[in-house]
Write a protein that binds this ligand. Structure first.
Ligand code: NAP
Length: 279
């Protein structure tokens, strides 16, 4: 198949590497000549361009730009496409993206590969990044028949595990397991940094080890990505953050009232629940 990729960064570049390996012809589009040169050098695409018109004959186009560039990219792209071209995106939020793109291009199906690293740009692209990872597809009643089947097959060929759900369910679920953890982790780092006694803060920094490394990892990631998650998944994130705050308040009350049995019961139930999220 002829597959266009717009935005040759971590996700777009990694898709290009795998899709070429699978025998597809990959046409990349980027904003910068330097990215285009690197894409060719790294084998991410068969041909590259700065011009969206170069994708006129693509059968599938995958939008891999940051979330806030998707709408303008689609508006600039659609005059060149034929109605058969299937458009998809890889954005980590689906409700707002699907709502914006669907009216601009009928042959659209939202997607989100649940894989990544903390690095960015074409240099971060990795082969087999999606192998074994869930890849969410979010059709709506307006999604054309056949689009889900086509992308389902493509996703499976990458070694990823396709999961089909509604945009709203996706956004609520990723708010719990991805977007809220970023905010909580960032809040933890910020609270530690607020320690008023310099001596204690310095000591905490010297003592921090694997536990702090695990709990602070996602809060120490790319600030632009974190802000885009909050901006585009605002309502689901707010709902989950409030539910989390209620739980934290409950825990504070238990500690305050020295209800050690209730705390043990809570820790036992969370120890039991955790493996269900890390199958
Ligand atoms: P990235 O490494 O920064 O790559 C994005 C690429 O898009 C850049 O290399 C850039 O290339 C291009 N770009 C940046 N701003 C643009 C703009 N305003 N207009 C057009 N192109 C622009 O980011 P990424 O991590 O691959 O993320 C891309 C998408 O994947 C996002 O929508 C994100 O939500 C989603 N996603 C990310 C992850 C993750 O873990 N990182 C996981 C799943 C999904 P040029 O500067 O050369 O144009």
């Amino acid at each position: 198949m002829r597959i266009g990729i717009i935005g040759l960064g971590l996700i777009g570049g990694s898709l290009g590497l795998d899709l070429r390996r699978l025998g597809h012809e990959v046409w990349g589009v980027s904003r910068q000549t330097q990215t285009c040169d690197l894409a060719l050098e790294r084998g991410v695409a068969d041909r590259v361009s700065l011009d969206l018109a170069s994708l006129a004959e693509a059968e599938i186009v995958m939008l891999c730009t940051p979330l806030d560039a998707l709408e303008s990219t689609v508006r600039d792209l659609v005059p060149y496409l034929s109605p058969e071209t299937l458009l998809t995106d890889v954005g980590s939020v689906k409700g707002a993206v699907v709502e914006t793109i669907e009216p601009l291009w009928a042959n659209f199906l939202g997607g989100h590969p649940m894989a990544g690293t903390s690095d960015q740009g074409i240099g971060a692209a990795l082969p087999s990044l999606f192998a074994g990872a869930p890849y969410v597809l979010t059709p709506t009643p307006r999604t054309p028949v056949g689009a889900v089947e086509r992308l389902h097959c493509l996703v499976e060929s990458l070694g990823a595990q396709p999961i089909v759900c509604s945009p709203a369910d996706h956004d609520r679920a990723v708010a719990w397991i991805s977007h809220l953890p970023v905010m909580i982790s960032s809040t933890l780092i910020g609270s530690c940094a607020d320690e008023p006694t310099d001596r204690v803060r310095d000591l905490a920094q010297s003592l921090a080890s694997s536990g702090f490394r695990d709990t602070s990892r996602v809060g120490g990631g790319n600030p632009e990505l974190g802000t885009l998650m909050a901006r585009y998944n605002r309502q689901a994130l707010l709902d989950c953050a409030r539910a989390y705050r209620d739980r934290l308040d409950g825990l504070i009350s238990l500690i305050d009232s020295e209800n050690w049995a209730a705390i043990t019961a809570q820790l036992e139930s969370t120890r039991e629940a955790r493996p269900q999220y890390l199958k």
